[in-house]
Ligand binder design. Structure first.
Ligand SMILES: CC(=O)N[C@H]1[C@@H](OP(=O)(O)OP(=O)(O)OC[C@H]2O[C@@H](n3ccc(=O)[nH]c3=O)[C@H](O)[C@@H]2O)O[C@H](CO)[C@@H](O)[C@@H]1O
Ligand SMILES: C=C(OP(=O)(O)O)C(=O)O
Length: 430
């Protein structure tokens, strides 16, 4: 079994270049199925979820090639099947985008239930609501579901809660539906805007993305084109936080600072200085942090995917902090693992109560999902001695090269295999 070993470290100094957004990439790759010509996508990270989509692409006839430039060339003209293997669909979360992306062309799509980060129950009722509103029938079987529609017809849809996944799926399904669709209470995330921009580039007619009302005029076909995915604001946020763990200065290049407002505000509040330029941010910290309270929320609120690394950071802030999780109230699997390092945290209902400033000790811990992994990497920097993190595959779901990025900041980190605790490093790259 693979694990990551990370050693306690002094102040971190240096710069990392942020990869393309995982969550946007997953939407754009599926969205390509809507096109009638080739599409070139720039900045898609080589993460586990991408590799699963490439397998799905092979099964259904969506040709996908990574060019020497690193860009992905996709050819959706020869898709011959709209049946997504349940095993592959449940290997990651966003397989549901294949419904929205294939329904207009095929009239019937079969997909396994979504997998992905299993921190809590993650319903997909709003996705079903969208398909039904557009005139489709949804039939649920044991480990897969089928969505069928002779003709998708535009509709007015009011989401019961703000959901980025269902907002994106609605845009995909409505892009080639007949007539106008209006989405109310839509998610405003940068990944929603990115997907809308991409679809518009191919000829879709979507306005209002980035606000809570989106209007889509269905079009009969979409052309090909090229598009560059936005940077991963969640990875960028985690690296800015890393500067606060033991102090130091970290610059993240290839970011859109406007996507990181709530994260930047919270970092400043606890005493991390931020310098901003066009596409970079630098965090400076003395390592002395102030305790705080945070509450996660949908964009532009504080992202739930930044809650876990921020919790690790607050272990270093003297005094009492409170982290309240409002998007996924049970998303606290990382807390048990942080406690194995000596963290003083108590979870009550949807809040974690942290007493910061308690010394941490390295130990074996398990990454239960991608952001739990991020949290353990940050805590490992603070813990005395070596921290060994299993569940590497979860970290691989989101990071193209986590080890290389930390190493470029001077961190002693390596990927190892169980049994070679004393052996030299085996591999440098996840
Ligand atoms: C692949 C991807 O993009 N994943 C992100 C996406 O997940 P995902 O798109 O699955 O999350 P949503 O934005 O849909 O979820 C937001 C909230 O709505 C609820 N909900 C959602 C859909 C639904 O049909 N019914 C329902 O009740 C969820 O339980 C949650 O409380 O947004 C989450 C919230 O920012 C992030 O943590 C994930 O990293
Ligand atoms: C929850 C996450 O991912 P997914 O929705 O893909 O499981 C995440 O990226 O933190």
């Amino acid at each position: 079994m693979d694990y990551i070993q990370i050693q306690s470290s002094g102040p971190l100094n240096g710069a990392v270049t942020i990869q393309g957004s995982k969550n946007s990439s997953l939407a754009l790759l599926a969205a390509t199925c809507l096109a009638d010509a080739t599409v070139l996508l720039e900045g898609i990270p080589n993460i586990y979820d991408f590799r699963v989509i490439r397998q799905i692409g092979k099964d259904i006839g969506l040709n996908m090639e990574r060019l020497p430039s690193g860009h992905i060339l996709l050819d959706p003209r020869y898709i011959h099947s709209a049946v997504i293997d349940p095993g592959k669909a449940s290997a990651y979360r966003a397989s549901y985008y294949f419904i929205g992306a294939l329904l207009a062309k095929f009239g019937k799509v079969t997909v396994g239930f979504p997998g992905g980060d299993d921190f809590v129950s993650r319903p997909i009722d709003q996705h079903f609501k969208v398909f039904r509103a557009l005139g489709a029938e949804v039939t649920v079987f044991n480990d897969y579901y089928v969505v069928e529609a002779k003709q998708l017809l535009g509709a007015d849809i009011y989401f019961d809660m703000i959901t980025s996944g269902a907002t994106i799926n609605a845009m995909l399904a409505a892009a080639r539906a007949e007539g106008r669709t209006r989405l109310y209470n839509a998610a405003m995330d940068p990944e929603v805007v990115d997907t809308a921009n991409f679809l518009n580039q191919l000829g879709a007619k979507i306005v209002g993305a980035g606000t809570d009302q989106i209007r889509i005029e269905g079009v009969p076909f979409l052309s090909g084109g090229s598009y560059s995915v936005i940077p991963d604001r969640l990875i960028a946020g985690a690296f800015l936080m890393a500067a606060g763990i033991n102090g130091g200065s970290i610059t993240v290049h290839n970011v859109i600072p406007e996507h990181m407002g709530s994260c930047m505000a919270k970092l400043r509040e606890i005493g991390i200085e931020l310098e901003r330029s066009d596409q970079s941010l630098t965090a400076h910290s003395t390592g002395r942090l102030r305790a705080t309270r945070i509450r996660t929320g949908m964009y532009p609120g504080f992202a739930t995917d930044l809650q876990q690394p921020f919790t690790a950071l607050l272990l270093k802030a003297q005094g009492k902090s409170i982290v309240t999780e409002r998007v996924y109230p049970k998303r606290f699997n990382h807390i048990q693992q942080l406690k194995r390092l000596g963290a003083d945290i108590e979870v009550r209902k949807e809040s974690a109560f942290i007493r910061g400033g308690v010394p941490l000790q390295g130990n074996w811990v398990h990454a239960t999902d991608v952001r739990a992994g991020t949290s353990l990497l940050l805590a490992g920097l603070a813990a005395e001695g070596a921290t060994r993190i299993t569940g590497v595959e979860h970290i691989e779901r989101g990071y193209d090269d986590a080890i290389g990025m930390f190493r470029s900041l001077g961190v002693d980190i390596s990927l190892r295999k169980h049994g070679d605790e004393a052996a030299p490093e085996r591999l440098s790259r996840l």
